[in-house]
Ligand binder design. Sequence first.
Ligand SMILES: C[S@@+](CC[C@H](N)C(=O)[O-])C[C@H]1O[C@@H](n2cnc3c(N)ncnc32)[C@H](O)[C@@H]1O
Length: 259
Amino acid sequence: MPDDATFWETFSGEMYGGSRIPRIPDIIGALWQTCGLQVGSKVADVCCGRGYSSVELALRGADVWAVDFSKEFIAKLDHASKALGLGIVTREGNAEEIQPEGSVCATMILWNSLGYNGPKADLKILANARASTHAGGSLVVELATLEELSKEHHKVTERSIGESHTFRRIRNLDTQTGILSANWEIFGENGAPIRSGHFSQTVYPKAEIVRMMSAAGWSYVTDSDRVPLPCEPTGILFIGVAESDSSGESCTKCRGVIP
Ligand SMILES: C[S@@+](CC[C@H](N)C(=O)[O-])C[C@H]1O[C@@H](n2cnc3c(N)ncnc32)[C@H](O)[C@@H]1O
């Protein structure tokens, strides 16, 4: 298991997803329209985490494939999918190496899931997404940008988690390189540290995200700075399309990106 998975599993609990969950139906509802999805559309949820978006997509009738590093998250998603009878196909592993079999109508990489292994790895994930999304299908990438995070390059976040624990994260962003590094600690009731860790992430300027999409074979269509789409307050949703090929064949399970 890569270190990243340990980080995400530790960072999860009350912290991870708490304020995100109520926003998921709105975010997925808007993306459903934007990507022209229908009942039966095939959607890949790449770096799915606990799979909140996978579940929401499947509840709306999509045929969902999901991948994440974390064994724990995939097990929880499998459990939810089984309990709700959603039939989500899951894979535990690295999105640089694993992609869905067959083609999907849309690939979603939501909520800051790129940047953990550097630009080369991110390009590979975006290229895998292009290879597994049919012509006319769409890409959604939700990322915080360097422009946005530079507004607060040193940030301390402290929150109560569970009944008596406190989570503290100290984040520093090098605005020149885009490297964000964060140290986090969890304290018990008496203030004694229980667990701690570190992670770093590359944060890209907006233009670089569009450039990487293009380098991976996607055509940029729009983003949530330009059209009203709900997402994280610090994030931007980038929408791309897999340009049609000469075959002219169109998918009957989706209508493609609706500009
Ligand atoms: C902030 S969470 C977002 C989860 C999810 N996309 C969501 O919207 O709830 C980031 C997730 O990306 C996963 N991740 C990061 N890089 C990955 C990779 N190369 N392959 C698979 N999973 C990855 C982590 O394990 C973590 O669960």
